[in-house]
Every structure is written in C-alpha cells, then in structure tokens.
Write a protein that binds this ligand. Structure first.
Ligand code: 26W
Length: 807
C-alpha cells in the first residue's frame, strides 16, 4: 500500500544512484540538475509502477465500472512534488537529496509545466484526476498529447508576445508510450451503404485518410492510498501502411501536425478544420480503446452501461456520442435502437460556459467532408429526435432544440440529446442553464439537469504550495484536514485565539516575502511586503473585467496625486493573465495595464502606496507562488457570466479575502463564510437580465454624471497614460460607443465603495486575521474530492475500489 514508510532514505538513495548510473553512466555527485531530475523522476515512477499495475489488475479482476473523463485539455502543471506528496515520500526525498547538498525545490524547478490546457476547464480536469485517484475511484483521463502546450507569454514594450511552449524538448519522464495500444483513426473519404456477404447492409468507406493514434499514459497517483489511475493522451503518427500515399513532405505535414498545438482560445469557438479533426482524433481513439477493453470482459452488449461511464467535458468531445454509435453498429452489428439506448446511458456532459460565442457549432459541410460517417449518424440522431418529439412538444420548441439548424451542427444539443445527464459547475450557473441558456431542453428533459459545483485539489493548492500555512494548521487542528478537507472547519474554534491568528499572519507574511522576492527578480519592481497584496489571476477576458480593477486603481492614483495624505493603506495590485493571441481587445487591456503600471510605479509622489505588478506567463506554477501570498482575491466578473471560477476557491483556501460580484461559485463562497467575511458588490444576475430585457442601460449617462468616472476614462485618451494611443481609444469606445457590454461603469461606484471598506478593514489586523481564518476554515467545502464523489454517485454510478477489495 502507498503511504508513509514505503521507502527509507537508504533505499531511495540506492535506487537513485542506480538510475543515475544506468541512465547517464555517472555518479549522483557529478550529475547536473537536469540529469538528477530525470533520474529522480525515473526512481519515483519505479516506486509507483507496482501500484499502477496492481490498481489496473484489481479493476480488471473486479470488473468494476470505470469512468473515462474525455477532455480536450488537461492542465496538471508540474508532477514531481505532487507525486511525492501523494506517495507520502516528500520528506524522505527532501532529506535524501539534502545529503548531496541538493535542494528538492531546485530540482522541482527543472520540470517543465505540463500546460495542455487554457485555464479553468483544463485545470479542473486535472484537479479531478488527482481527486478521483485520491478517492480510490476507478477513473481515467482521455485527451491529447499536444507537442506544444499553451504559449509562453512575454511582455515587450508592454505588449503580449507569444512564444512556443516546447515542454517536451528534454523529454517527459512521467509518460509511458504504449505502441501496443495504438489504434487507427479514419478521416474523410466517401462512405456509402452496401449489402455485405451476410445480406445485411454494411458501411463501406473509400479513399479515407488513416492516421495512427499512439497513447502516452501518465500515472495519476492517489493520495496515500496505493491507487494509481491513468491519464491517457493521444499523439498522431502516420501509419507505416500509409507512408506510400503521401507524395510530399508538405502533404504529410498537415496530418503529422494534427496534435502539434493546443488551440489557445479560451471561450471562443472557431470553426477550424484542424480543431474538428483534433476533437474526433482523441474521441475515436479513446472510444476504440474502451470498447477493446470491454470486449475482453466477454459480456453481452447490454452490460456496457454497467461497466463503462463516459464523461464529456464541455462539448469538445461530444463526438463521443456518434462515435460510440458507429463502432457499435458498423463494427459489431448492434441495432440502432440498442446502440442508442446504450450510448445515452453511458454518456454524461458538463457545460462550462454560458457565453454564446463559446458554444460550439460546426458547419455541416465541414463535418460532411472531413467526417462523413459522423455526419450521417448525427443527421440520423437529429432526424429521430425530431420524429420522437413531434406530437409531444410544439414544433417551434423542437426546431430550437434540434441538432442541425440551418447550416450548423449544434454540439451542445448533440451532447444533451445523446446523454443522460447535463450539469453546470456552480449552483447559479446550473440554475441559469435551466432558466435561460438551456431552458428549452430543461422543459423537455427536466430529469437530466443537475448541478455539480466545482472543487479544487487542496493537496496541490494548500499542502504543496503553502507549507507554512499547512504547518500552522497541523499544529492547531491536527492533520486530519490533509485527508478530509472538511475538517478545516475545526479552525473555527480558534477564530478568537490571538496566538493562532498571529501564527496565520506570520505564515502569510512569509509567503508574501517570497513573492516579493520573485517579483523583484522577474520584473525589477520592488514591492513592500507589508502592503496589501491584491490579486486578480485568470484568463484575460472582457467579462472577467480586469479593466474594472484598473479603473479603480486609476481612481486611487488620482486621489493620492491630489491628496498625498489620503488614508490609503499601501497596496500592491498583482495581475496574471494570458490573452488569446487573436483577441485584440484583451491584448489592448494588457498593454494598458502595463502602461499604467509603468506610470504609477515610477511616480515618486506615490512611493509605496500603490504598486502594480503584471507578472508575465501566468500558469499553474506561478499560481502556486501567487495564491499563498494573496491578501485580497478579485472575483469581479459581471454577474451571470462566470460559470464557476476556481481561483476564487484556491485564494480563499489560502486565507485571501474575496471582493466579488454574486457570480458563479462566489455565491456559494458567500454562503459558506457569511456576509461579514466577504466583500460583495455590484449588479446581481437578475438585475443584469433586467437590463437586457428593458434595454435601459446608458454607459454614457454614467460617464456624464459621475465626475470620477469622467476623470478616469479621460485618462485613457488625454495623454495622462503615456504610450497607449490606439488602445486607450479602443477601451473608451468599448465603454461609451458600444455601451459597455459588461456594465463596468454601472458597477464602478459599488466596486469602489467595497474597496474602500476593505481598505479600512485591513487596518484592523486582528479583525482581518479572523476574517481570513474563517475563509480558510470554510474552504474545505470546495474540495474536488467531494465534487468527484458526487459525480461518482449521481452521474457515473461508480464506487471506490476499496468498497470491493481489502487490498
Ligand atoms: C471552443 C472554444 C472554447 C474553449 C474553451 C470554449 C469554451 C472553453 C472553456 C469551456 C472555457 C472554460 O475554461 N470555462 C471555465 O470552466 C471552469 C471550470 O468549470 C469554470 O470555473 C469557469 O468559470 C469557466 O469560465
């Protein structure tokens, strides 16, 4: 079994020495950090490989129902320390390395972030992988092994510049390539029906392009429970049988590049051929390997839904539905009716966004040309849907909910119709799906709709990233919270204990000093570590309203300039955000924040009172540095727009106090901590919808009647902020000419008022510390362990391994 004492220092050093010798023909003492990292990784893999085999063999022997989590993105970050923690050998390894004067932190820094995702959706998938293994649940990830992950971000003259993320350059120690499990995936060609030798109609395909999908498996190590699950990522290759068909390197390149890069668009669907091919590629490969496994069990088809659950993470893998239909019908002669029954029992779907531009639609001509068999099956699903609903529901409703509308295939409609469960990711979000976004479907299938509020892996976001706080928790409430995050609640008993409050403050201070050092090293900016660290970290998007944050900063700036005596507690505003490379407006906001930072940070009259730090290349590893150091968590999206958010949960867990709109999971955070321990402001979701209804919002009116808004907006175009001509005008236009789509000006006063209260509150250290403690104590409710258990019980119908065996 995994866990403490599974290896001694002596054994570990012996293994490590052996690996360094075998891999590099040198001694530990002579190895570079790079060589040591790879040898250590190999050693760790050697430690969990037995459990990996055993876990799989147990699932096989018990024939347990398994879930396959299909996601076009996974965002695990670095795996070394996470694996060590979960194996219970973090300290042994730290001490072993110390014997060679090697700092584990230095080795950990050598690992490249695995950044095969854009943001919330991908990171959620990885928190779930960790939580599924840690809960002993039989579950596997299925995705794409992109050669290049999310681009690296640099700032040049304040502008975002994107660089390729060559994360595989030095190899990847954690993965295992499994040639024996490779499968072929077919694209294009002509498909038609023809009688087969047994007289039945069969599907014949000609002139297809055949590509090979090669799986790379990564062990998902459970927390001190001896379980290791699998994340399987597929990479494209040209099958040797097809080599002759390509006449030129250029022709090959198109196909070889299928899994080359992750699309960097967060919440903006683009109808690109390669993207559709990526979606089908990992879906088809994944479904094929699931069916291959199921056939090994030797059961009749009707048992499939008792052995397999498939989860569709947003609509990107929605082709799971027609692909499973295809395999059952075309390859195993299952009837349409039985295939359909099984498919809808097996499939479930999570919606992650209500932004209309993020809802995937594929032009029928693209689907027809590149995936003709998928097109046929989708068309038939659509036809049967219309037939089956006629007479039950009115024609207009059926038209609005069918899959093929005009020239478009609506992927969310396919996902809902072809599955038994549709969930949103926070209470408010799930309610909005039922009431507005998917209301038509809710009237048709009310029983399919449910909520699963997102959660986070407190192992990575507290135990690993915040050791000082973790130690204080151990000393104060014992260690049970490390296994059961709900036990953080025990901290509530100490909310008036000055010694505990003082210890918490010290732990925070240590992390702030570490971040201050990092900020100076990477940006040259010197920040005062006793200032309020105010953090907004998330993708750059208009609806997330980083610009509202900036408007408030400018207000403060002008206040201090006019009245250097103003009672403003020193504050450091910290941003981390990547903009999609094609999202011009988001890039302009980055540029403007950087220019305001330049202006303010160099203004002698401002001194320490105000600093603005935009840290480049926000990613999982940077999040692990920023979050433990945060005092304030900015969650200021326009109410109704952020499906859930998860940085809100991570920041709260680390004792930051939230300033937020009632959006996404912020609502549930407010419910958990109470109104006194969070700063809520702004329009509610109902008020936002009322404005849509009545069309009675005028941003210009706010501008003309509110002198502060007036002064702040003018700064964008009157030269107050240097170097931003085009960008300044663009931003003012978005607010005044295009009537401020996300109601920044409407929420401005309320935001500033909440900020002023917060500024006051921070100056009462004991009060602030207590508030921070209450946030930590109530963060256990947002644990990914809890969330995946709800998925397991309500949707997947799977049970933990130890419910069956006793190891
Ligand atoms: C097809 C283009 C595209 C790409 C990505 C559309 C949509 C997406 C994602 C669904 C965007 C995303 O990451 N959504 C976020 O999901 C998180 C996990 O549920 C939520 O916490 C965030 O609120 C939501 O924005």
């Amino acid at each position: 079994k995994g866990g403490k004492g599974m290896i001694t220092k002596k054994q570990l050093i012996k293994e490590l020495r052996k690996n360094v010798q075998e891999m590099y023909a040198i001694e530990i003492e002579d190895a570079t950090e790079q060589e040591l990292f790879f040898s250590l990784g190999t050693t760790i893999k050697g430690i969990y490989n037995k459990n990996w085999q055993k876990t799989w063999n147990n699932y096989l022997a018990e024939e347990q129902k398994q879930v396959y989590y299909f996601s076009i993105e996974f965002l695990p970050g670095k795996l070394l320390k996470s694996n060590l923690l979960n194996l219970g050998i973090l300290e042994v390894v730290r001490e072993s390395l110390a014997e060679f004067s090697v700092d584990l932190e230095d080795l950990a820094a050598v690992e490249k972030d695995m950044a095969l995702g854009n943001g919330g959706l991908g990171r959620l998938a990885s928190c779930f992988m960790d939580a599924i293994a840690s809960s002993g649940l039989p579950g596997n990830g299925n995705g794409i092994r992109y050669d290049y992950g999310l681009f690296k971000q640099q700032f040049v003259d304040g502008y975002q510049v994107e660089l390729p993320d060559e994360w595989l350059r030095n190899g990847n120690v954690w993965e295992i390539r499994r040639d024996s499990k490779a499968v072929n995936v077919h694209f294009g060609g002509d498909v038609y029906m023809q009688p087969k030798s047994n007289g039945k109609l069969g599907v014949v395909a000609e002139n297809e392009t055949i590509l090979r999908a090669v799986p790379y498996d990564t062990g998902m190590v459970g927390f001190e429970n001896g379980i290791v699950n699998t994340m399987r990522l597929w990479s494209v290759e040209i099958p040797s049988s097809e080599e002759g068909k390509y006449r030129s390197i250029e022709e090959r390149r198109v196909f070889e590049d299928l899994t080359a890069v992750l699309y960097p668009d967060d919440s903006n669907a683009r109808g690109r051929l390669i993207r559709l091919a990526q979606e089908y590629f990992f879906v088809s490969a994944g479904i094929q390997s699931i069916i291959r496994y199921f056939k090994k069990l030797n059961h009749p088809w009707h048992v499939l839904s008792e052995k397999v659950a498939i989860h569709i993470n947003d609509t990107h893998p929605a082709l799971c539905i027609p692909e499973l239909m295809r395999i059952l019908m075309d390859e195993y002669e299952v009837s349409w009716e039985q295939a359909w029954d099984l498919t809808s029992k097996v499939m479930s779907y999570t919606n992650h966004t209500i932004m209309a531009e993020a809802l995937e639609k594929w032009p029928t001509y693209l689907m027809k040309r590149s995936l003709p068999r998928m097109y046929q099956i989708i068309k038939e699903i659509d036809r049967r849907y219309v037939v089956s609903m006629s007479g039950i529901h009115d024609a207009a409703l059926i038209e609005r909910t069918r899959i093929i509308q005009g020239e478009d295939i609506h992927m969310a409609n396919l996902a809902i119709i072809g599955s038994h469960s549709t969930n949103g990711v926070a209470k408010l979000h799930s309610d909005l799906l039922k009431a507005v976004v998917l209301h038509d479907f809710y009237t048709i299938y009310p029983e399919r709709f449910n909520n699963k509020t997102n959660g986070i892996a407190q192992r990575r976001w507290l135990q690993l990233s915040n050791e000082p706080l973790s130690r204080v928790l151990d000393e104060t409430i014992g260690k049970s919270w490390r296994h059961e995050p709900a036990d953080l609640k025990l901290l509530m008993n100490y909310q008036n204990d000055p010694i505990v409050l003082e210890k918490l403050a010290k732990a925070k201070q240590q992390k702030k000093e570490e971040l201050a050092k990092y900020i100076q090293e990477t940006t040259g900016i010197i920040v005062n570590p006793t200032a309020i660290f105010d953090v907004q970290i998330k993708r750059l998007h208009a609806y997330k309203r980083q610009l509202l944050n900036l408007l408030h900063i400018l207000k403060l700036y002008f206040e201090i300039k006019e009245n250097p005596q103003a009672s403003i507690y020193p504050r450091v505003f910290i941003f981390g955000a990547k903009a999609a490379p094609s999202y011009a407006y988001a890039k302009s906001i980055i540029k403007v924040i950087n220019e305001v930072a330049n202006l303010v940070n160099h203004d002698q009259t401002i001194g320490d009172k105000l600093k603005i730090v935009f840290l480049p290349n926000y990613n999982v590893s940077l999040a692990e540095k920023i979050i433990p150091a945060a005092d304030v968590s900015e969650q200021i999206s326009l109410a109704s727009k952020e499906a859930s958010g998860t940085s809100n949960m991570k920041l709260m867990l680390n004792g930051a106090i939230t300033i937020a709109t009632l959006d996404g999971a912020n609502v549930e955070i407010r419910d958990a901590v109470g109104d006194e321990n969070i700063y809520i402001f702004g329009l509610t979701e109902a008020e936002v919808y009322a404005y849509y209804e009545n069309k009675n919002y005028s941003a210009r009116e706010v501008y003309e009647t509110n002198p502060i808004v007036h002064r702040v907006l003018n700064a964008f175009v009157d030269g107050s902020i240097p170097n931003i001509e085009r960008e300044g005008q663009e931003i003012v236009d978005s607010l005044l000419l295009y009537n401020d789509e996300y109601f920044l000006l409407r929420d401005f006063d309320a935001y500033c008022e909440a900020q002023a209260r917060l500024n006051q509150a921070y100056q009462d250290a004991t009060h602030w510390q207590k508030c921070s403690l209450i946030n930590i104590a109530n963060a256990g409710t947002f644990s990914a362990d809890k969330t995946v258990k709800q998925y397991a019980e309500d949707i997947w119908q799977i049970e933990p391994l130890f419910a069956h065996t006793h190891q």
